[in-house]
Write a protein that binds this ligand. Structure first.
Ligand code: BTN
Length: 277
């Protein structure tokens, strides 16, 4: 059953820009695909696509995103920031910060951001972001901010092999959360961070990201394309890349890849790559 009533969502909202138009679907291939189609046809900044269920939910690196009906949030937001493409990764960082704040606000639980844009609670993934961009002559034409949050999914709904690494807010809290309230909180948080981004408060967004990721100073292993890079996290750059200090003292900048959780490397020798931290 689809419990997303447009009236209920609007009643909770209180935003200026995001959600002026909200498109609610019982079922979609993917909210990102739908929002992309809408944006290409002239969809406006702030339009939101929500589905109760996705048949082809898209994750990062072409992975499927588990999207059962009735329990989670699958949301895509059209943004049209007047910026050059090179600044677009900051949108991903600000969205991760906003989603973490919304989750904390609604559940009291503090998710950690795992680079580039996963949210973890107790080391398990509770949300993921997939942002897709269309450019025009080096400028952003539009960005589709795709956010998937495991809200009320139960352990039984998660395939067995994924159970050690995936969770939901309900699994962590022991009770259900209103998806409508979460959606309103999310849109308010994204709007707040997006306005901050547009008015140039990028430093604050980066510092919040670093604080929420708690990765600075930790040793990580990164699979980036065909390379495995190990190093201590120095911070995040304004282009969204992760800065690592490698064992040989050189600085590595990673733009894409899969990172192993810092907790998996408790054994690193003290001093390794620790200059500046
Ligand atoms: C990831 O962690 O791999 C990113 C997952 C992003 C999933 C969301 S759900 C809403 C939106 N629509 C999609 O098809 N994907 C994103």
């Amino acid at each position: 059953m689809n419990t997303f009533s447009l009236r209920a969502i609007k009643a909770h909202l209180g935003t200026q820009l995001l959600g002026k138009k909200i498109h609610v679907f019982d079922e979609l291939d993917s909210t990102n695909l739908e929002a992309y189609r809408m944006a290409r046809e002239g969809g406006e900044e702030g339009e939101v696509v929500v589905a109760d269920r996705q048949l082809r939910g898209k994750g990062r690196l072409d992975r499927p995103w588990l999207s059962p009906p009735g329990v989670n949030l699958y949301v895509s937001i059209i943004l049209r920031p007047p910026i050059a493409v090179r600044y677009a990764p900051l949108i991903t960082l600000m969205a991760a910060v906003a989603t973490a704040k919304a989750a904390k606000g609604i559940s009291g639980l503090q998710p950690r951001i795992k680079w580039p844009n996963d949210l973890l609670i107790n080391g398990k993934k509770v949300a993921g972001l997939l942002n897709e961009l269309k450019s025009k002559a080096g400028e952003v034409d539009f960005v589709i901010l795709g956010i998937g949050i495991n809200v009320n999914m139960t352990l039984e709904m998660i395939p067995e092999e994924m159970r050690p690494i995936v969770t939901s807010l309900r699994e962590e809290l022991g009770y259900d959360i209103s998806r409508v309230e979460f959606l309103s909180t999310l849109l308010r948080e994204v709007e707040g961070e997006y306005q901050a981004f547009l008015t140039g408060e990028t430093e604050r967004i980066l510092r919040q990201w670093e604080e929420l990721s708690q990765m600075v100073g930790k040793v990580v292993e990164m699979k980036s394309f065909h390379e495995v890079i190990r190093g201590r996290v120095k911070g995040i750059d304004s282009d969204g890349s992760l800065l690592l200090s490698a064992p040989d003292g050189s600085e590595k900048r990673v733009i894409a890849g899969d990172i192993s959780q810092p907790e998996e490397f408790p054994d690193m020798k003290p001093g390794f790559g620790s200059e500046g931290k």
